[in-house]
Design a binder for this molecule. Structure first.
Ligand SMILES: Nc1nc2c(ncn2[C@@H]2O[C@H](COP(=O)(O)OP(=O)(O)OP(=O)(O)O)[C@@H](O)[C@H]2O)c(=O)[nH]1
Ligand SMILES: [Mg+2]
Length: 239
């Protein structure tokens, strides 16, 4: 008798729990931010990617002096389709303008960081410094904003593969982490120091709470499926 009562109450509550879960997930998706930032050093291909995503074609670009903003839908040639409208912002890579990225962080869902993989050995220090600034931004950490590091210009003969670039950046960030925290210690600053990764171990992107993915692409050749899929997956998984 007791057992059948229990089974009946279970049968009655299960649909209610399911309905509540559906409502909650719908509400969560509606309130989720839909802005994706396109960041990276000057000449890495940000405006080219913006134009390709926004208008489906390439155009001649010049060094950007202000942000480009627009809405896109990820569909057609993206394997994982979504019809959601996505807000994209291309922030200029010029040293004096790139700090503007932090204005957009409160509305950011994900960050696409472009690297010119054909000359990243030469620029590794600057790339690592910019990535460090982004990943140690308090709001980026607090909101666990995930990032795609897209190794662009893979069509170039000198382009390095993403796994080589990842190791190179980890070593550089490891060095940078020491100098930055040492500088702050020296100044006897009371400011919070955002130490990236684990203090007792060499820096690895996997040690961060933010999910960081590396992929290669060639915007010029239209090979940006990984970027499109990453955006679509971010929207679908509710990250
Ligand atoms: N070979 C090759 N060239 C590319 C690729 N993507 C972009 N470029 C070229 O790289 C140059 C710089 O591209 P932009 O999109 O203007 O670079 P940006 O990152 O917006 O630069 P800033 O506005 O200065 O921050 C242009 O000449 C592009 O045609 C690619 O996949 N392969
Ligand atoms: Mg540009």
């Amino acid at each position: 008798m007791e057992l059948s009562k229990f089974i009946w109450s279970l049968l009655l509550t299960l649909p209610l729990v399911a309905i509540a879960a559906i409502f909650l997930s719908l509400f969560k998706n509606r309130t989720k931010k839909n802005t994706f930032l396109i960041l990276g050093l000057s000449d890495s291909g940000k405006t080219s990617l913006f134009l390709k995503l926004r208008y489906g074609k390439l155009a001649q670009t010049h060094t950007s002096m202000k942000e480009n903003e627009g809405y896109i839908t990820i569909g057609n040639d993206g394997e994982k389709l979504t019809k959601e409208s996505v807000h994209i912002v291309d922030v200029p890579g010029h040293e004096k303008l790139r700090f503007k990225f932090s204005d957009f962080v409160p509305i950011t869902r994900g960050i696409i960081f472009l690297i010119d993989s054909s000359n990243c050995v030469k620029n590794v220090r600057s790339i690592a410094e910019y990535i460090y600034d982004i990943l140690s931004n308090k709001e980026v950490i607090r909101q666990r904003i995930h990032a795609l590091i897209a190794c662009n210009k893979s069509d170039m003969i000198t382009a390095l593969p993403p796994d080589r670039i990842k190791t190179m950046l980890e070593n550089e960030i490891n060095r940078l982490r020491l100098t930055r925290t040492a500088a702050l210690d020296h100044q006897d600053s009371s400011e919070d120091v955002e130490f990236l990764g684990y203090e007792s171990e060499d820096f690895r992107f996997e040690h961060l709470e933010n999910e960081i993915q590396f992929e290669k692409c060639s915007i010029e050749k239209g090979e940006i499926l990984e970027i499109r899929n990453w955006i679509a997956e971010s929207l679908q998984s509710g990250k």
